[in-house]
Design a protein around this ligand. Structure first.
Ligand code: ATP
Length: 326
């Protein structure tokens, strides 16, 4: 009911009467009044005037189930939603939920992580109250070899969401980082449970530095937040809604061919490494080349000085700019 009240309040152009709310929701006036009080406790400012009704004046930057659900227009992405104040990591919770038979499209959101992780077990700084930590869990019917491409699908969804919500221009540093002005604002970690030819589930974890006022000393050279770059606070729930919207659309496009051919142009357009010199940090040996975009399997095409094109698979590899992070 809280979600429905939020939808009605947000869509109303003027005061909406208690009577109208009761009729729409089929509940008593006392029930409506109780929800209004809960919302006020969560930080919403709601004006109430006798004989006129209720009007929402301020929406706080909360990541509650009702705030996020009241914004979602997706069919399945994020529709089964769990929100937490603090977790070890949202990927961990998502895996547990997937094992407990929660459906495809389940979304886990947290305000803080105590053991947030990036690729290869590296830690992801996850302070409370400012940023987004979320994991979308999927139960695809395609084969496990295709799952790593979902990281790129998510990266494109996050880039679009960031641009729309913040007005900042953002891009993708292949394969899994979103950057604004050359610094990282988002990391994505995809994990899977599978048999040789069958996926049990895939979880895609996303950490976005949204309203973080300052980056830790350790990460200053490579990381930033949307607030630092744009000097404007952004509602985290709005970004989550946009990510779910684009992910659902792009995932369905992905399913048509079970590769990235439908997303190739849009991804390569967002790729900050494109036509730039990159250093490929391959555990088997580093090399330098010019990034030429991805192919339909999500591999980065790197042209070496002699003209040879190497297809770089994301697994164990990191890519850097010649003189910095990008
Ligand atoms: P690489 O470019 O080396 O491949 P990556 O994209 O694989 O990096 P991830 O595994 O996604 O990196 O993220 C972990 C790394 O991100 C950490 O080692 C740290 O340097 C950096 N990091 C940790 N927390 C944050 C944060 N909140 N914002 C930006 N960067 C972070």
């Amino acid at each position: 009911m809280k979600t429905k009240i939020l939808i009605l309040l947000r869509n109303a152009t003027d005061y909406i009467s208690g009577q109208e709310l009761c009729e729409e929701l089929g509940v008593s006036r006392t029930a409506v009044w109780k929800v209004m009080n809960q919302l006020k406790e969560e930080g919403y400012i709601i004006n109430s005037i006798q004989n006129k009704g209720y009007k929402i004046e301020h929406i706080p930057d909360v990541m509650t189930k009702s705030e996020i659900a009241s914004r979602l227009g997706t069919r399945w992405a994020g529709r089964n939603l769990y929100c937490y104040e603090e977790v070890g990591s949202t990927n961990m919770i998502a895996k547990k939920k997937a094992e407990e038979s929660e459906p495809h499209g389940t979304l886990i959101v947290a305000d803080k992580q105590t053991t947030g992780r990036g690729r290869r077990g590296r830690s992801w700084e996850s302070p409370a109250g400012t940023d987004i930590y979320m994991t979308l869990s999927l139960k695809p019917e395609f084969t496990p070899d295709k799952a790593s491409m979902l990281t790129l699908v998510m990266a494109q969804a996050v880039t679009n969401a960031i641009e729309e919500a913040s007005g900042l221009s953002s891009g993708i540093k292949w394969p899994n980082d979103i950057v604004v002005n050359g610094k990282k604002v988002c990391g994505i970690l995809t994990e899977m449970s599978a048999e040789l030819d069958y996926i049990h589930y895939v979880v895609i974890g996303v950490g976005i530095n949204v309203n973080l006022p300052e980056v830790s000393e350790e990460l200053k050279v490579t990381a930033t937040s949307l607030f630092i770059e744009g000097r404007k606070k952004i509602m985290r729930a709005q970004i989550i809604e946009r990510v779910m919207h684009y992910f659902e659309e792009y995932y369905e496009l992905f399913l048509q061919t079970e590769d990235l051919s439908g997303l190739l142009n849009v991804y390569n357009h967002s790729l900050v490494n494109c036509d730039r010199e990159v250093r490929v940090l391959d555990p088997k040996g580093e090399y330098i080349g010019t990034a030429r975009g991805i192919n339909e399997l999500g591999e980065l095409l790197v042209e070496k000085a002699e003209g040879e094109i190497v297809r770089v698979y994301a697994g164990e590899v990191s890519v850097r700019g010649l003189y910095g992070y990008v």
